[in-house]
Design a protein around this ligand. Structure first.
Ligand code: MG
Length: 218
């Protein structure tokens, strides 16, 4: 799947790049024992990592520690570069629920060796994603409750008002590095509570006003 849908409009978007922000919630930085970054931590997942709602996660055989990270997803609706924060929301077509699945063991190994950690983040099925709600339906994306349940138990809980960079700031900052194009997706970082998922687990991520996402692990 390389297309995503905006609810009610039935509009389909072909997905380009998926740009992810790391370390955007203070409590998650603390749980990983990381330092607060001066500059935004940005990385990309390939569009081949997308997994539609209802899909099955396949953890690669080279990892034994796949973590869930629940994140608010932004769908870019028009192209722009060096976007101003005050205009940033007008570039969005919709909001969705995503997981930024992370092979924490591989990521730590790569970090320790000073190497890029794409293989920990970009594997097939590493980006489960819901359909999108039209952007105009969300009056304030910076104040939305989000939570993730695994097998019915809450593992992650937070509010986008805990993000160190607001949605507007994220769009502005990323667009200084990359031209944002229609169909690009941005993941905005995860709150605390990340933990290991295992074969047979059922995950349900929910973001207030936006919707929910259900996937399971093979
Ligand atoms: Mg993440």
């Amino acid at each position: 799947m390389h297309q995503v849908q905006v609810n009610s409009t039935k509009e389909l978007y072909s997905v380009g790049k998926i740009v992810c922000l790391g370390q955007n919630y203070l409590d998650h930085i603390r749980e990983l024992g990381s330092k607060i970054p001066d500059r935004a931590v940005i990385f990309c997942k390939p569009s081949s990592s997308l997994l539609p709602d209802g899909g099955t996660i396949e953890i690669p055989a080279y990892s034994d520690d796949c973590h869930h990270e629940l994140e608010l997803a932004l769908l870019v609706g028009k192209s722009g570069k060096q976007i101003q924060g005050k205009n940033a929301l007008s570039y969005l077509a919709g909001y969705g629920v995503a997981l930024d699945l992370t092979l924490r063991d591989i990521q730590s190994e790569q970090k320790n060796r000073g190497l890029p950690w794409e293989i920990a983040k970009g594997f097939d099925t590493s980006c489960p994603i819901s359909s999108f709600i039209p952007a105009e339906k969300i009056s304030d994306p910076n104040n939305l409750q989000l939570h993730l349940k695994v097998n019915g138990k809450i593992r992650q809980q937070g509010n986008t008002n805990q993000m160190m960079r607001s949605v507007e700031k994220i769009i502005a900052e990323i667009s200084n590095f990359y031209t944002l194009e229609t169909g690009d997706i941005i993941l905005t970082g995860t709150p605390a509570g990340v933990s290991r998922i295992e074969s047979g687990d059922h995950l349900e991520g929910t973001i207030e006003q936006v919707g929910s996402l259900r996937v399971s692990v093979a």
